[in-house]
Design a binder for this molecule. Structure first.
Ligand SMILES: Nc1ncnc2c1ncn2[C@@H]1O[C@H](COP(=O)(O)OP(=O)(O)OP(=O)(O)O)[C@@H](O)[C@H]1O
Length: 384
């Protein structure tokens, strides 16, 4: 037994890789109690023979919307037969037929034959089974904006929410998940749908840094062997993810950094693993951050990227200053201000080098090539 454990540990840093898959639903879903409670209250009338109410779950990416629904649906399935919860990923299922096929599959156990099958037949089979079971339907439309963009949302909601009118079954409820903060679904649908679609808005705020750290610690405990990621590196990952306002970024970073250490045959994740992972994981963010920079700041960033690309070595802030003097900055004060600004924008890291007094290193959070691609060097135009 002992030998087997040692062998496993030698082969991999991962105790359980699934813990890093996005379909993984943690037992401990911390910080989302209020949302789960609110959604459970909306579903509850169906347990007593009424109709589940609808909701719009809204929040930026990586705020736990999907996971919260999965957790609630698992609890509903355990607790009652009177609600049939069905999760549908609308990025994959963008038509009413595709969505109803998911519902059919959940109820029947296999997908409906698509060839030659009319949507009304599928809906008919679904309502018959719901009627036989005397159960209500609760459908989660994750990423519902895809249905909206494909102009199918209205038709789908109409069929789902007015099921009860043409068939002798209880009503259905819809939980529509949206990461688009501005899309007003309730206003986009036709009057016929609006009269039956009164969703409660349930908000998911981005996690704060301590919350992200706690979630990451839980994930690391479950997915990796002990001591693979130090507390300091967990804190660094939490910090990067908090800047992204997306816990998923943190989870991806842990996995990517551990895979990097593993492929090098090491047993622990280093700070360099984290930084390398951070460079490979995030790019749309880089674009957005670079776009927000002022001209002079972008010129400095671009020069730092050129140096990193050309030297490939660690750079101190003093060495960078020497290289940019009179080029991207006119004075040391301007240089320090811009460097700080690049750090605040999450583009560089300025760790203190303990072996060299108060010297700071300048580390890019992205690859030099990525940075140069979005910065386009502008010569001396950035000089102060
Ligand atoms: N409170 C939490 N506890 C543990 N893990 C969490 C928590 N919240 C989110 N996660 C994890 O973070 C990742 C992203 O969460 P999720 O997919 O639920 O976010 P989302 O808001 O639906 O994002 P998107 O809008 O991009 O689909 C998942 O791996 C999920 O398991």
């Amino acid at each position: 037994m002992r030998q087997k454990e040692t062998l496993r540990y030698d082969q991999t840093l991962f105790r359980d890789r699934e813990v890093f898959e996005f379909t993984f639903v943690p037992d401990q879903l911390n910080h989302r109690d209020a949302q789960i409670r609110e959604l459970a209250l909306l579903a509850r009338p169906a347990v007593r023979g009424g109709s589940p109410r609808s909701a719009i779950l809204r929040g930026p990416p990586g705020t736990g919307k999907t996971t919260t629904v999965h957790r609630l649906f698992a609890e509903i399935e355990e607790a009652t037969q009177r609600i049939v919860p069905v999760y549908v990923n609308c990025q994959q299922h963008r038509t009413p037929f595709a969505v109803f096929a998911c519902i059919y599959e959940k109820l029947v156990g296999y997908a409906p034959p698509s060839a030659g099958r009319h949507l009304d037949d599928v809906v008919g089979s679904i309502t018959k089974r719901l009627g036989d079971r005397n159960a209500a339907l609760l459908v989660c439309l994750d990423d519902a904006n895809y249905l909206h963009e494909a102009r199918h949302l209205n038709d789908l909601l109409y069929r789902l929410l007015r099921l009860y009118e043409s068939w002798d079954v209880r009503k259905a409820g819809v939980f529509a998940v949206l990461s688009d903060l501005s899309l007003n679904l309730a206003a986009e649908v036709d009057a016929q749908v609006r009269s039956v679609f009164h969703p409660t808005e349930v908000f998911f705020q981005p996690y704060a840094k301590p919350e992200i750290r706690e979630i990451l610690e839980g994930r690391i405990r479950q997915g990796l062997y002990p001591n693979v990621v130090s507390q300091a590196n967990t804190a660094l990952i939490a910090e990067i993810a908090a800047q992204e306002q997306d816990v998923r970024v943190g989870i991806d970073l842990v996995r990517t950094a551990a895979e990097r250490a593993e492929s090098d045959g090491r047993r622990t994740v280093t700070r360099q693993d984290v930084m390398a992972a951070s460079r490979s994981v995030i790019t749309p963010t880089l674009q957005k951050r670079a776009a927000d920079l002022k001209e002079g700041e972008r010129a400095l960033l671009s020069r730092i990227a050129e140096m990193a690309r050309d030297t490939g070595a660690d750079m101190t802030s003093g060495a960078v200053y020497e290289a940019v003097q009179g080029y991207a900055v006119s004075s040391e004060t301007t240089y320090r201000t811009r460097l700080k600004r690049l750090e605040e924008a999450g583009l560089i890291d300025l760790p203190l080098r303990t072996d060299r007094g108060r010297t700071r290193e300048v580390l890019l959070r992205f690859t030099p090539e990525q940075v140069l691609a979005v910065c386009e060097p502008r010569g001396k135009t950035g000089a102060a």
